[in-house]
Design a protein around this ligand. Structure first.
Ligand code: SF4
Length: 401
């Protein structure tokens, strides 16, 4: 009888797409996939959990979920931990989990764990995935899910429904892997590895055309730091977007995870795509609206110039163009005035959504050793203060609660 695998994914869209490849590999090797995405499958022989480790809250969520899985799984079922946490905090993973792990930079470990005829690398990274389960809800039982949804404001529910509806018609193209930007607060780099495997422009264009031929009209280019696309192969995202803007057929496009340091490189082709009414969404994490704090974060862009370019893009874009960002408040030595700069930037831009993270010192990052760290209570208070400073309070998406 085929063994059953439950895959619980609490990760970003890059990891979700990579796990789609893992699913195809498991099925091709005779495994059955659980279709339970809301609670621990008591009939699964193997449970794979992948999570995010970007902040302390995400990491704590991971170990809370492992406790839930171990409490709910059938006796003898194996648990495998994937995603970024095993690389970000290997000591805690060994101490509190101690089971088999893999990460975005070590998928080949799955071949060793499963030891099957067909290898994972024989399978292509798909272009489609179906959103399952609830990203932020503890898997445990349906009551948690109901409590979670009940706690959402109307705008968040609408956003969730819109994401699901868009997901079903989106053709995803992973254009590169890893990141070499060196932001001082970022532990993700440890898990994803350096920038690599940028697909040549012609290859991305032919994948794009493949999506059009299959009847898809909505596309998302994804990468851990999509703005840095092509630096490892002598091209850049500006060249790629220029080619995409020359495609004749109708389509809409989403750009995500664009570090503003690359805005200059992509400005003209993005403006063209805005004028063509083809760019529907842009996610550009500014992290701070203060140049001194950006310097401490090792994010090398100028606030005034970034604001000017983003406002110009909004001007050129159609009314339904949506732009979002993420910010970190409570960064070491950040003053109230400097946080006010971030809020002013966000209010000037009138972002459609703002992921607001309270700074948490991540293991092995330079920012964790910076002087003038704020206490956890101060950081939590800053997050609330920040939301109070934002004109459109419902646009602020707070971190895990
Ligand atoms: S751009 Fe910065 S925050 Fe984003 S993955 Fe790279 S190092 Fe981390």
């Amino acid at each position: 009888m085929a063994k059953k695998v439950q895959i619980i994914i609490k990760s970003c869209d890059r990891r979700v797409l990579e796990l789609e490849q893992v699913k195809n590999w498991l099925v091709a090797n005779g495994y059955k996939l659980s279709n339970n995405h809301y609670s621990v499958d008591k009939t699964a022989d193997i449970i794979i959990l992948t999570t995010c480790g970007v902040t302390q809250m995400h990491e704590d969520f991971t170990f809370r979920m492992l406790d839930r899985i171990n409490a709910g799984k059938k006796p003898g079922a194996e648990v495998i931990l994937g995603g970024c946490v095993p690389e970000i905090n290997p000591e805690r993973t060994e101490r509190e989990f101690g089971g088999p792990t893999f990460s975005p930079r070590s998928y080949e470990k799955l071949d060793q764990i499963f030891n099957m005829d067909r290898k994972l690398c024989e399978f292509e990274r798909p272009n489609l995935y179906k959103m399952e389960g609830l990203y932020r809800s503890d898997v445990g039982n349906t009551l948690d899910t109901v409590k979670y949804v009940a706690g959402l404001n109307f705008r968040s529910i609408l956003r969730g429904l819109r994401l699901r509806a868009t997901n079903r018609k989106t053709f995803y193209i992973q254009i590169h892997e890893g990141c070499s930007m060196g932001c001082t607060y970022c532990a993700i780099q440890k898990a994803i590895g350096p920038l690599r495997n940028s697909k040549p422009v012609d290859e991305v264009i032919s994948e794009f055309r493949e999506g059009l031929e299959k009847g898809y009209g909505h596309f998302r280019l994804i990468g851990d730091c999509a703005g840095s696309y092509g630096r490892d192969i002598g091209t850049n995202l500006g060249e790629l977007l220029g080619r995409i803007s020359e495609i004749g057929e109708p389509f809409t496009l989403e750009l995500t995870d664009i570090n503003p340091v690359f805005l200059k490189v992509i400005f003209e082709p993005v403006k063209t795509l805005c004028r063509q009414k083809r760019l529907s969404n842009l996610y550009i994490p500014i992290q701070s609206g203060n140049d001194r704090v950006l310097g401490l974060m090792h994010r090398r862009y100028d606030v005034a110039e970034t604001r000017r370019m983003l406002l110009e893009l909004k001007e050129a874009a159609p009314k339904d163009f949506r732009i979002g960002t993420s910010v970190i408040v409570g960064f070491p030595s950040e003053s109230e005035e400097e946080m006010r700069d971030t809020a002013d930037f966000c209010n000037d831009m009138a972002f459609d959504w703002i992921f607001c993270h309270g700074f948490s010192p991540r293991p092995g990052t330079p920012a964790a050793d910076l002087p003038d760290q704020l206490s956890e209570e101060e950081v939590t208070a800053r997050v609330e203060e920040f939301r109070e400073m934002i004109n459109d309070k419902n646009s602020v998406v707070l971190d895990f609660k």
